[in-house]
Ligand binder design. Structure first.
Ligand code: RTP
Ligand code: MG
Length: 154
């Protein structure tokens, strides 16, 4: 039996503010994943620096945390077989420019504005997914969810 995998998607501030992008992205999520949890939040600098601690010291760190605290973000816990890889594939490369030329139908290629304003985030490993989901949804229990939604993973 293949197991469902969870991942965290974050729709970044510029995409949350763009109604066309946002409704397109929501449809993509609904069509490709079980959307387990959804929440809209605004990060403060402290939360952004904890969430992005792996990037401290990189040249884009200040730009990234400033951008991610500049407006509301939408958080989605997504479930699917290989959800982590699938969501990152749908997103496309970090670089919007590469997305536009190599995979024009990826979300970053379609709606990205720059390498930082690149539409959405996706967890990059099972460990990151667990850490990131716990960070934003500390009350969420995967075991409880599985009990409640048993039909999804039989
Ligand atoms: P993410 O974490 O958002 O899913 O993106 P990723 O794995 O594809 O890329 P990562 O290396 O983890 O970078 C995190 C976010 O930092 C911003 N960034 N800006 N050259 C730049 O200006 C630059 N490089 C990275 C992006 O917002 C990227 O998603
Ligand atoms: Mg990353």
């Amino acid at each position: 039996m293949q197991q469902l995998q969870l991942t965290l998607a974050i729709i970044k501030p510029h995409a949350v503010k763009n109604p066309v992008a946002l409704s397109f992205i929501r449809n993509v999520l609904k069509q490709n994943f079980i959307v387990v949890k959804t929440k809209r939040v605004t990060l403060d600098q402290n939360a952004a620096s904890v969430f992005y601690k792996e990037h401290v010291g990189k040249f884009f760190y200040n730009r990234l945390t400033t951008f991610m605290t500049s407006g509301s973000i939408d958080l989605h816990v997504l479930a699917h077989m290989n959800a982590i890889q699938l969501w990152r594939k749908i997103l496309g490369p970090t670089s919007v420019y590469k997305g536009q030329f190599q995979e024009p139908y990826c979300l970053r290629g379609m709606f990205g504005l720059s390498d930082t304003r690149n539409v959405a985030h996706g967890s990059d490993s099972p460990d990151s997914a667990e850490r990131e989901i716990k960070f934003f949804f500390p009350e969420f229990s995967v075991y409880q969810w599985r009990k409640e939604d048993e039909e999804w993973y039989r």
